[in-house]
Design a protein around this ligand. Structure first.
Ligand SMILES: [Zn+2]
Length: 658
């Protein structure tokens, strides 16, 4: 070959390789989220809750982190290189999670005193960082020679939460100090680990998804490579911890198989959720089909066999996670608040990756039920576990020894703006129905989108669309599975009444023409300033049954209206919640919005048989009573009341004396 031709051939090859690399690193068909910083929430349901998180929940987190526990003091001591570490090895993460929640909160609820507090903490965190970038107060104050020797010690979990906090704080305030700390730490981890022949498994996943946030912010593919490296380490028996010498423990932290081989949900629920969120983040960029297939298999295993009707997961307290398929006890449900937060994160990523609305259906279920249940109406008490029934001995707490849940629910509620929309150059996706205003770039045009709604109490949603100039693109509005007669994908839960409600969708007062794609109604038209889209999702009360394999729910029904699962609590029902029978013909109806009850809720009611124990100890029907059910997420805001989500249909299934 002539010199001339060879040169061109090499040039063409290099160009082709660059194009392939470029294509692999672009989001491809994936959607991009519209971040919280671009969404102004003004919603009757969420805004008061977000304000409560800003004014009460975060103050509680600050108080416990700084005053009532030694979490901040550990950083002060690490900076001074003197004194003992107090508390548990993962306590640093609570500081970072609180900082992350403060970052979101400052966007929704600007507060100079809170920003000053965050800056003060950030100064302390920065001062504690070692010159080589390492930062973990446990090892710095105990024995630095032991760092990176025990995968259980959460060093990279803590680092992940630091990175997440840093990215969020930078996004809200534009301040770089914490981001620079995070970058130094990420670089330290990268140069320590990502070397030929070097291996390490994160004992508690989290850093993978955090590195992907850092990658998207900085565009430095070092962090994408490190996140991918973390994924690839799993399943080869590389991890070591004296805490886990039993080979079975590899399942606990998802190390029994490679991520690409994963086919069952196993082990610790929060670990699994964070791992799969990070995996979906990596797959969205690299478009690696093996990761996508693994995620779909595991997701089906969760949703088809291992999820509560509330969207909660992880039924057992023994491993804070999964046991066997369909093992979903109600009173003893573990169902950690953080695991439900993880379901929101993972399902959002799966939706971004695939564009399928079924993931948002699950996100919505977990968000409005199992996750929101973790926070009291006053914002100052928390659930760690979220059972679906209580004989009256379960209550909320101010704080926990392992305090992952309070700051986690705080950061979820304050970051709600992250989950409402997604976009690409051809259109916008309306995922959640929340009153808000945002500006979205679609192709070359900027479009203002506003939602007005009383969701979840009412299914009427108005979407006002105002492009800068007339432009043609697709508006995708999620049509929830529950309005189409399918509470969840798969058949783990189903409605007894098969009737499907008729939705209505209008544009500027006229019936809209739309197609259904991937669970979204898609309206394609030339949009102009002032266009109004009106969606009506009817919300009849539905009785839900579980697949017969779920023994705990056999012969029982749950109640759902819109996206909300309801429960019966003793306070509304003459002091009892375990004496109620729901015969097949029972008919519940909405009792309207009760503005003075539990912060304002729609209750539902039915006239039902109630029972007492007869002289022979058997249950006997003693009459009928108007039974009131309340949304599950507001239970236990009055006292440690008896409560049930799954109500018996047969007299023999009633347990009066638990
Ligand atoms: Zn937790």
């Amino acid at each position: 070959m002539k010199q001339f031709d060879r040169k061109y051939l090499i040039l063409i090859l290099v160009l082709c390789e660059s194009l392939v690399l470029y294509a692999r690193q672009q989001p491809g068909s994936s959607l991009q989220p519209v971040g919280f910083a671009n969404v102004k929430i003004d919603d009757g349901f969420w805004k008061p809750r977000m304000d409560k998180v800003s004014t009460v929940t975060l103050q509680a987190c600050i108080n416990y982190t700084e005053v009532k526990t030694p979490r901040i003091r550990n950083f002060e001591r690490a900076a001074a290189k003197t004194g003992k570490h107090e508390g548990i090895y993962y306590d640093d993460s609570d500081v970072y999670k609180a900082l992350e929640a403060m970052a979101y909160s400052l966007r929704n609820h600007p507060d100079a005193a809170m920003e000053k507090k965050a800056d003060e903490w950030i100064d302390k965190v920065a001062a504690a960082q070692m010159p080589d970038g390492y930062l973990d107060t446990y090892f710095q104050l105990r024995d630095i020679s032991k760092r990176w020797t025990d995968i259980e010690k959460h060093e990279d979990y803590n680092a992940g939460h630091l990175i997440e906090a840093a990215v969020s704080y930078y996004n809200t305030t534009g301040k770089r100090k914490l981001l620079d700390v995070a970058i130094r730490l990420a670089n330290h981890i990268d140069s320590t680990f990502r070397l030929a022949g070097n291996h390490w498994v994160s004992g508690h996943e989290e850093i993978e998804l955090a590195l992907m946030k850092l990658y998207h912010l900085t565009n430095n593919d070092r962090y994408l490579k490190l996140a991918t490296w973390y994924l690839e380490q799993r399943g080869h028996n590389y991890g070591y911890s004296p805490a886990w010498t039993d080979p079975r423990s590899h399942e606990y932290y998802q190390d029994d198989k490679t991520v690409k081989q994963a086919d069952k949900i196993k082990g610790h629920a929060v670990r699994a959720m964070y791992l799969y969120t990070g995996t979906a983040d990596v797959a969205a960029v690299t478009q690696d089909p093996d990761y996508l297939k693994a995620m779909e298999r595991v997701w089906e295993d969760v949703v088809y066999r291992n999820m509560y009707v509330t969207g909660g997961i992880g039924s057992s307290g023994n491993n804070e996670g999964f046991t066997t398929d369909y093992d979903l006890p109600n009173v003893d449900a573990y169902c950690e608040t953080c695991a439900s937060v993880g379901m929101v994160l993972w399902n959002q990523r799966m939706n971004l990756l695939t564009g399928e609305s079924k993931y948002i259906d699950i996100l919505e279920r977990s968000l409005y039920n199992a996750a929101l249940d973790g926070l009291s109406l006053n914002g100052d008490l928390f659930f760690y576990g979220n059972p679906l029934a209580s004989p009256g001995n379960y209550s909320r707490s101010e704080w926990f020894g392992t305090a992952c849940c309070p700051a986690n629910i705080a950061r979820l509620v304050s970051s709600l703006g992250n989950y409402i929309y997604s976009r690409n150059d051809n259109g916008v996706w309306v995922n959640l129905f929340v009153g808000n205003k945002t500006n979205v770039a679609i192709g070359k045009s900027a479009v203002e989108i506003e939602q007005q709604t009383n969701y979840p109490w009412d299914g009427m949603i108005q979407v006002n669309v105002s492009p800068e100039k007339k432009s043609t693109w697709d508006l995708h509005i999620r049509i929830p599975g529950w309005v189409q007669g399918k509470p969840v994908p798969g058949d783990l839960y189903y409605f007894l009444d098969k009737e499907v409600s008729t939705i209505s969708l209008q544009v500027n007062g006229k019936v809209a023409s739309y197609t259904i794609e991937k669970g979204y109604a898609v309206i394609r038209r030339e949009w102009k300033k002032g266009d109004k889209v009106l969606l009506n999702l009817p919300m009849p009360v539905k009785l839900v049954a579980a697949k017969e394999e779920v023994k705990a729910d056999a012969g029982r029904v749950a109640l759902q209206r819109g996206p909300l699962i309801y429960c019966v609590e003793a306070s509304d029902n003459q002091g009892k919640a375990w004496n109620i029978l729901v015969p097949p013909a029972a008919h519940f109806t909405s009792n309207g919005f009760q503005k003075d009850l539990l912060g304002g809720i729609v209750t539902i009611q039915a006239t039902l048989p109630v029972l007492t124990a007869g002289a022979d100890g058997m249950s006997v029907v003693t009459g009928t009573q108007t039974v009131t059910a309340i949304p599950y997420f507001v239970w236990c805001n009055r006292s440690a009341d008896p409560m049930q989500v799954w109500l018996p249909q047969k007299i023999t299934d009633i347990k009066l004396n638990y």
